[in-house]
Design a protein around this ligand. Structure first.
Ligand code: 7RM
Length: 656
């Protein structure tokens, strides 16, 4: 290891190497093999799944058409792999431990019970007309029925589209329409941090007047009564009671769709990222086993929401394919206090814990006391995902939470990648706090010069992060718009996949993700396009124009800063009231997590003479960086910058 400004955390002898890769030498050897002979490597990994019919070709691609096929000729079923195949050996083992929002309330579900629930729900879906290839929208809280519904879809070959329970009616409606969902599964309410979320009411608004949606199935999270529309709405538990607990599996082609998951990009509406069956399952299972060193009998907890890709791959499909015990955590890290995570860890004897830096920052604020109150003796591995982890928080996670005994794995990946691509292997890869370290097997990251588009070789370099080799877990297309898929990911640095992230490869070849270099914000680990927030703002009649940028935020990582130009007839309005109304507008259009932190009613926006908004300048001002704004004399109205700076200074005097 060469010098690094940050300390290197060597692998400690007391941290056992992952059961699957034992040393750096073995990592390097396997890594080289995986790149030299990917078909052999990925063929070997696929053998850990159960197949109805084996594949005839591991990989095939038409690079011009951006068309990838893994395990062609094979037939399998994701639900069968997550549930049925475990019954002979693990029927009585706990598959899911539900940790309810209410502290201390847990429910254990065995693999056998899961199978019965899944089959009943699958039969309910069939009874409501769902067939292979049909889309089902899942707008649910973190309850066992949600996982069972995902698996039920997979069982009958339906394509699920899970929409995070924090999205608004409008966002939900857009996603239901885009995917063409004929059934929506929701719950009467969700519970988060002691508060009720009116999921059914939001669903009613979302599907109002949509003839496309034939049935709304409603899980009962609490006893709360909600209006049910005759003929369309049905209680899920009532429907399940009418059904048998067996349901035949639909054998799917390897490349048949498994699910759609919407994600934000730099332009337009969110894209429905499509993952297919075999490649996704192989990748989710193998990365879960290897990166988290999952061992038989371990209790594993990923505290994400199933509404995001992390929940799909590392609460549901990866762990269950490996026959794991996976914890479904319904609550939030700060409820009823900042010690909640560690209470759950002790109550359930969790060995592997996976969360996001934003959650760690939120609880680290409360100091070490809430952590020290717990034993955490069961913990072996601590994972991080969703955004760059600040070295200070990494150290807190490692030293305070893990008491130096646990390996920290900072895992970099995306909705589009299906699974982890850059991460240390626990007990194998020496860590550097803040670096996701080295590529996973079969993954070849490239650092590309954003100006010239040329690959930058060697170490000690930075640029745009691209990926040069295909891997089984990668998304296949954007639902209904393959051109957009090609354009978004494979055109900027053709023929490579462009991630949207910037990165540095240090002297040791370690990767440091520096964050998005497109117009995507990472707010509390939630992905959000600036364009989405802008279009929500301009939909308000008072707003003539809006420009949204990110700025450093202590807890959220990135905060949302919106510059808005107000129309002439609204100039006399009380600014505070207007700001409130605009925040409400965004909450209504997208969801609470997208609410801007700052609404800056601006006299103008810095634009080039050709009318292009200079976002770089807006980002700097929002971050209280008033120097180095560059040459502003070429702007259409250079004085606008001075005005914006003066207004920002006045409002945030303490930030300088
Ligand atoms: C898994 C997930 C993807 C974006 C990605 C990055 C950022 C995720 C890390 C990270 C630094 C990490 N999917 N990101 N993990 N940045 N270090 N370990 O989050 O589609 O919702 O977001 O998240 O910018 O492009 S996602």
């Amino acid at each position: 290891m060469s010098d690094s400004p940050l300390s290197v955390y060597p692998v400690k002898p007391q941290i056992q190497a992952t059961a699957h890769v034992r040393s750096m030498a073995e990592y390097e050897r396997l890594y080289r093999l995986s790149l030299d002979n990917p078909e052999w490597f990925w063929g070997e990994q696929a053998k850990t799944l159960s197949w109805f019919h084996p594949w005839t070709q591991v990989f095939d691609a038409d690079y011009d058409a951006v068309d990838f096929a893994w395990y062609s000729g094979g037939r399998l079923n994701a639900c069968y792999n997550c549930v049925d195949r475990h019954l002979p050996t693990r029927g009585d083992q706990t598959a899911i431990i539900w940790a309810a929002d209410e502290p201390g309330v847990y429910k254990h579900i065995t693999y056998r019970e899961l199978k019965h629930d899944v089959c009943r729900i699958a039969n309910v879906l069939i009874a409501h007309g769902v067939r292979k290839g049909d889309r089902v929208c899942i707008y649910m809280p973190m309850i066992p029925e949600t996982v069972a519904t995902m698996l039920a879809c997979a069982r009958i070959g339906a394509v699920h589209s899970v929409v995070f329970g924090g999205f608004s009616a409008e966002s939900l409606r857009d996603r239901i329409i885009d995917a063409g969902c004929k059934v929506v599964v929701t719950a009467n309410v969700g519970m988060r941090g002691g508060r009720e979320i009116p999921l059914k009411t939001i669903t009613d608004r979302a599907v109002d007047g949509l003839s496309l949606v034939e049935s709304v199935l409603v899980a009962r999270r609490t006893d709360k009564e909600v209006p049910m529309r005759q003929g369309r709405d049905h209680w899920l538990d009532d429907e399940m009671r009418k059904q048998r607990s067996t349901c035949t599996v639909e054998w799917m082609g390897s490349e048949d769709p498994l699910f759609i998951l919407y994600t934000s990009g730099s332009t337009g509406k969110p894209k429905g990222v499509l993952h297919t069956t075999a490649g996704y399952m192989v990748y989710a299972a193998f990365t879960h086993k290897t990166v988290f060193d999952y061992r038989d009998g371990d209790v594993y907890c990923c505290a994400a929401d199933v509404g995001w890709i992390t929940g799909h791959s590392y609460i549901v499909y990866g762990p269950l394919a490996n026959g794991a015990t996976t914890v479904l955590f319904e609550s939030v890290p700060t409820y009823p206090n900042a010690g909640r995570y560690w209470q759950v860890v002790d109550d359930l004897g969790i060995n592997i814990f996976y969360t996001a830096p934003t959650a760690l920052r939120a609880i680290a604020q409360a100091g070490d006391e809430p952590v020290r109150k717990s034993s955490r003796a069961s913990l072996r591995i601590l994972g991080s995902v969703g955004e760059p982890i600040n070295p200070e928080i990494w150290r807190w996670y490692h030293d305070v939470v893990g008491e130096g005994r646990c390996a920290v794995v900072d895992t970099w990946w995306q909705t589009e990648t299906g699974g982890i691509l850059i991460s240390p292997l626990p007990g194998v890869t020496p860590a550097k706090p803040g670096s996701a370290t080295l590529p996973f097997f079969g993954v070849k990251p490239l650092v590309v010069d954003p100006e010239s588009g040329k690959i930058i070789e060697g170490n000690g370099v930075s640029g745009a992060l691209c990926l040069s080799t295909p891997w089984p877990g990668q998304a296949r297309t954007v639902w209904g718009d393959h051109e957009r898929f090609k354009l978004t990911y494979f055109s900027q640095y053709k023929p490579y996949y462009f991630t949207g992230d910037g990165c540095r490869r240090d002297e040791d070849g370690y990767y440091w993700i520096t964050g998005r270099i497109d117009d995507v914000l990472n707010v509390s680990g939630h992905r959000l396009g600036t364009a989405e927030v802008e279009s929500a703002l301009v939909a308000h009649e008072a707003v003539a124009e809006a420009a949204v940028v990110g700025f450093p935020h202590d807890i959220k990582g990135t905060g949302i800063y919106a510059y808005v130009l107000i129309g002439a007839e609204y100039q006399d309005r009380d600014p505070a009231q207007l700001e409130g109304a605009l925040k409400e507008q965004v909450r209504h259009a997208i969801g609470a997590f997208a609410t801007p932190d700052v609404i800056h009613i601006a006299p103008g926006l810095p634009k080039t003479r050709s009318g292009k908004i200079m976002r770089r300048i807006l980002r700097k001002i929002a971050s209280s960086e008033y120097t180095g704004l560059g040459d502003t004399t070429t702007l259409a109205e250079p004085e606008v910058v001075d005005k914006l700076v003066a207004q920002h200074r006045l409002r945030f005097p303490s930030k300088e």
